[in-house]
Write a protein that binds this ligand. Structure first.
Ligand SMILES: NC(=O)c1ccc[n+]([C@@H]2O[C@H](COP(=O)([O-])OP(=O)(O)OC[C@H]3O[C@@H](n4cnc5c(N)ncnc54)[C@H](O)[C@@H]3O)[C@@H](O)[C@H]2O)c1
Length: 279
């Protein structure tokens, strides 16, 4: 998609972090932006920010783990705008702990948001792209798909690996059958967002892992690490815009680290967290 002007983007997880930054960046490109999130207060704030930049913004309260919510998101988008050109399946949560202590409902919550949210987004919006004859999907994976981090997030890593796999598959299928439909996968390394507090999104009926001092230390380390070393989300949004315009598949925010992760099976953050546990 060479130009984004007057096109329409849907962004899930738009209330914070990378989703918010993508929404603002798309608005600055002249796009209409549809914002989806479970956090209604955050949605309202970001809608105000997008509208202040002169773009048309629509907020749709959405739990991406629910297919009916994504169908509603599609319907509201098509009612408000003439079509949809770009869908960013970005909403995510992270919860973990020692593997043996992770409750089944935590697995279901994280896989529901991080994996099923992406599956629903692709399944519900792809038919529109096929009908229109164009469109672009950006799925958010993570460097966690390429590495392991002790005590951190096995459900998260599982979901993000699956997102990478399904995105590679969808990209290959579109290249072979509908090359005017683009697919990209965003693989962020550390980015300064509210991800370390994603427990705030845990539904009341989802059991939390048992308290663990080591888990709390690792979580606190990750929070400080992102604050100190994390990339600004606006830089990630710039990379996404570049990938959509250039129809590139991989959007790796920390390319060098991701490449060494693939060979060493350890990112810088995971090496540092191993050191923390060993100390
Ligand atoms: N920040 C990082 O270092 C990093 C690294 C790798 C991958 N990611 C991925 O980037 C994406 C964006 O995360 P972020 O870092 O901006 O974190 P964030 O917590 O700042 O934003 C995540 C947003 O998703 C929303 N959300 C949570 N559950 C939802 C649900 N069920 N339905 C709809 N929205 C929901 C939250 O309300 C929040 O607004 C996530 O998929 C995350 O896994 C982030």
């Amino acid at each position: 998609m060479k130009s984004l002007v007057r096109k329409t983007a849907v962004v899930t997880g738009a209330g914070s972090g990378i989703g918010r930054a993508m929404a603002l960046r798309f608005a600055s490109e002249g796009m209409n932006v549809v914002l989806a999130d479970v956090d209604l207060a955050a949605l309202k704030t970001v809608q105000g920010e997008v509208a202040a930049s002169g773009a048309r913004a629509l907020s749709v309260p959405t739990d991406v783990s629910q297919r009916t919510d994504i169908e509603n998101l599609r319907d509201r988008t098509l009612e408000a705008f003439s079509g949809v050109d770009l869908v960013c399946n970005n909403a995510g949560v992270d919860s973990g702990g020692p593997f043996a202590d992770i409750p089944e409902s935590t697995w279901e919550w994280v896989l529901g948001v991080d994996l099923w949210g992406v599956i629903h987004g692709c399944q519900v919006f792809l038919p529109i792209f096929l009908e229109q004859g164009h469109g672009h999907i950006v799925n958010t994976s993570s460097v966690a798909a390429l590495t392991g981090m002790p005590l951190s997030a096995a459900p998260y890593a599982a979901a993000k690996s699956a997102v990478l796999g399904l995105s590679m598959n969808l990209r290959a299928e579109m290249e072979a059958t509908n090359p005017q439909i683009g697919v990209s996968v965003l693989i962020p390394g550390p980015v300064r967002t509210n991800m370390p507090t994603s427990e705030r999104n845990r539904p009341a009926d989802v059991d939390a892992p048992a308290p663990s001092t080591m888990r709390e230390e690792v979580q606190s380390f990750v929070g400080q690490y992102l604050e100190k070393e994390g990339m600004d989300p606006s830089e990630v949004a710039d990379m996404v815009v570049g990938a959509v315009k250039g129809n590139r598949f991989y959007v790796m925010t920390h390319l060098q680290d991701a490449l060494s992760t693939m060979t060493d099976n350890k990112s810088r953050m995971s090496q540092d967290s191993v050191a923390l546990i060993e100390s």
